[in-house]
Write a protein that binds this ligand. Structure first.
Ligand code: BG6
Length: 534
């Protein structure tokens, strides 16, 4: 078989029709891999089973989960028997729910819409009406799933996706337990997928974990941190542990400090209900940024199994401690009305639904230390914010200056510290910054960049994080899901900072479109450092 032609897989959704109208299959039944969305790097196909989504009318389900399920089906990674059941209060028929899912897919899917794939998926789509406390409705749900097991072949394997506020977890878990839907059997599985926020501090996270774990054993719980589903985040592990180049300098001998940035240009319009009282630290640092830190700082796992990966992440999170005093080593802010690019945007206090007196921060920064031989003395500066200069997530490892420069000082005026920047998004890639001679007769040295860009090197488009994570949950592949212990350790790191802020009233304002409050700049200036301006 040639590289460019691959025989049509009889199990693939494309197999049913040699002419599906999008040019992916030619007349001999051969697939042109460049046009076929079937994934070549993730050929793992989920076995028989289905998913029930609670909170299916919410933003996350509409924008991310439903499109991701279609994309998986379109890539041939879901079984033919896959079933998708929505549960909610609306009085929807099967057809109403089908229409809703179709619109969400047409608007949000990453891969092309193909009628044949859709039709097959739509056959397995059902809706059950009910509230989270309604015994009778959960009994109907149980009957529906049993019927699908018989008619569609889902084989008793069900994943329950709780895309709902954590306050509803106890009711739903209790109902799943009561109606016999939560218990795995010898030859079928039941799993629960839960979305953050996993509590709002250590105590509430412990309580939430207790409730979930009282119904589902920990190995049946999949906590989503969608950053772990991003290709560039997984690439941190590939770069660190598949190469010899970086490891020798990945420590306090060579690294001066690490900056982890997750900046967004969007504001909070429309999200007040979720965000007010939560804030940037709980929303992003507690989960996404501490997970990034763990991947950057952890030791090499013995193997790439969930247990080994989680063990290393837990070990490093246990060694993390916030640097004090918090008056100097943390910063927070609230965006104020200003120009962001060519738009004049409102400040947080003018956003609909926000209490003008709200003390919720939209920018948070903190300094962490890791008490280990590898990282002693290397500060990790973490920052995140809304309405900042631009959308960018990156991890910058900034190296110590060379101990001695045998050049005239004037010749190195434009030489900074070496840096390695992992660009998580957008412009996914890795950048190395180092000094190079400027062409000419003088020995002048200045910074240059060496840039690896995903889009230039790979023809494959990265799957969406939710595609990867939903597939992994169906496959019982737990590597990319934080455990209850990781979640609790992350709260333990953050709680003292949040408690300190809570006593301090309103955060400082920062203009929309800027790079955050001045206290965040001072936080680094005190250490003789500066934030990168990505
Ligand atoms: C979510 C946060 O977890 O991540 C949001 O709750 C944030 O506030 C979002 O906007 C950002 O995700 P991404 O993938 O666009 O960087």
């Amino acid at each position: 078989m040639s590289d460019s032609l691959q025989r049509n897989d009889p199990n693939s959704p494309t197999a049913s029709s040699p002419h599906n109208g999008d040019g992916s299959i030619n007349h001999d039944g051969y697939v042109n891999p460049l046009r076929d969305p079937q994934d070549k790097r993730l050929p793992r196909i989920a076995g028989p089973g289905g998913m029930v989504i609670f909170g299916v009318t919410g933003d996350l389900a509409r924008k991310k989960l439903l499109p991701a399920i279609y994309d998986l089906a379109n890539r041939g990674l879901l079984p033919a028997s896959f079933a998708l059941v929505g549960y909610g209060r609306r009085e929807w028929s099967k057809q109403d729910f089908e229409d809703y899912v179709r619109t969400a897919v047409e608007q949000g899917a990453r891969t092309d819409f193909r009628e044949s794939v859709w039709q097959r998926l739509a056959e397995g789509i059902h809706f059950v009406t009910g509230t989270f406390t309604d015994d009778e409705a959960f009994d109907r749900l149980a009957a529906q799933l049993e019927e699908l097991d018989r008619s569609r072949g889902t084989a008793g394997n069900w994943a329950y996706y709780l895309s709902i506020p954590p306050a509803n977890f106890p009711d739903v878990c209790h109902q799943l337990d009561r109606s016999g839907l939560a218990q795995s059997g010898e030859d079928y599985w039941r799993r629960v997928i839960i979305e953050k926020p996993f509590g709002h501090d250590l105590a509430s996270a412990q309580e939430l974990n207790r409730i979930v774990n009282s119904v589902f054993p920990e190995d049946a719980v999949f906590r989503i941190d969608h950053y772990l589903g991003k290709e560039t985040v997984q690439n941190i592990l590939a770069m660190r542990f598949a190469n010899q180049l970086f490891d020798p300098m990945w420590n306090s001998h060579y690294i001066d400090h690490v900056q982890i940035t997750m900046a967004e240009d969007i504001g909070l319009g429309g999200r007040a209900g979720y965000y007010d009282g939560i804030g940037a630290a709980r929303d992003v640092i507690q989960n996404h940024l501490l997970q990034l830190l763990a991947l950057v700082a952890m030791e090499e796992p013995i193997a790439f199994t969930p247990e080994e990966l989680q063990a290393e992440k837990i070990k490093v999170l246990r060694a993390v401690e916030p640097v004090r005093p918090f008056s100097k080593y943390t910063a927070r802010g609230q965006y104020t009305a200003d120009w962001q690019g060519s738009n004049f945007v409102p400040g947080l206090r003018d956003e609909e639904g926000f209490d003008p007196e709200s003390t919720t921060e939209t920018y948070a920064a903190c300094t962490l230390q890791i008490n280990s031989r590898r990282w002693a003395g290397v500060p990790f500066y973490l920052r995140t914010g809304k309405r900042l200069g631009r959308r960018v997530t990156e991890i910058a490892l900034v190296f110590k200056s060379a101990p001695h420069l045998p050049f005239a000082e004037t010749m190195t005026a434009a030489l900074g510290q070496n840096a390695m920047v992992i660009r998580v998004q957008p412009d996914e890639g890795v950048l190395m910054r180092f000094g190079s001679k400027v062409p000419g007769s003088a020995m002048e040295v200045r910074d240059v960049n060496m840039d690896f860009s995903y889009s230039e090197v790979f023809t494959e488009q990265s799957p969406e994080a939710y595609e990867r994570l939903i597939l992994d949950a169906l496959l019982d592949e737990a590597s990319l899901f934080p455990t209850n212990e990781e979640v609790e350790l992350s709260w333990k790191i953050l709680d003292p900072i949040i408690e300190y802020w809570a006593k301090r009233g309103r955060p400082e304002g920062y203009p929309a479109g800027s790079w955050g409050p001045s206290s965040a700049d001072h936080m680094l200036e005190r250490d003789g450092r500066a934030w990168r301006r990505p």
